[in-house]
Design a protein around this ligand. Structure first.
Ligand SMILES: [Zn+2]
Length: 108
C-alpha cells in the first residue's frame, strides 16, 4: 500500500479508504484504479471542478475561519498566521471536499 501523503489506498476487494488526513497533505487526491465485479474501475477528481479547502479555529470562543481556497497550502499558512497572532489557538478543523468521477476502464 502506498502511504504517501495525498494518496488514497484501496483494498484488493474494492473498498476504498483514505488515510487519516491524507487528503489534507496535498492539493489533490491521486487517481485509483481497482477491479469491481470483474470490471476495472478508475476514480479521480473531476477535472472540470476544483477542490474546496477551508479551516476554522477550534479555540473556545474563537470564530476565526480561513478564506476558502482550492489548495491546502494557503489554508495551512492562514492557520499558522492565526496562531502567530494568538499563540493559544493551536487547533483547527480543516475541511476538504471535491467531486470525483468513476469510470469503467476501457469504456468510451
Ligand atoms: Zn482562534
Amino acid at each position: 500500500m502506498d502511504g504517501s501523503p495525498g494518496r488514497v489506498a484501496a483494498t484488493d476487494r474494492g473498498r476504498v479508504r483514505a488515510y487519516p488526513c491524507a487528503h489534507l497533505a496535498g492539493t489533490d487526491v491521486g487517481p485509483v484504479t481497482r477491479v469491481f465485479g470483474y470490471a476495472l474501475h478508475h476514480i479521480e477528481r473531476d477535472p472540470e471542478t476544483e477542490p474546496a479547502v477551508s479551516a476554522n479555529c477550534l479555540h473556545e470562543g474563537c470564530e476565526w475561519k480561513s478564506a476558502p481556497s482550492t489548495a491546502v497550502q494557503p489554508v495551512d499558512e492562514a492557520c499558522m498566521r492565526h496562531t502567530g497572532l494568538h499563540p493559544a489557538h493551536t487547533r483547527f478543523a480543516r475541511q476538504f471536499a471535491d467531486v470525483a468521477v468513476v469510470a469503467r476502464v476501457g469504456s468510451p
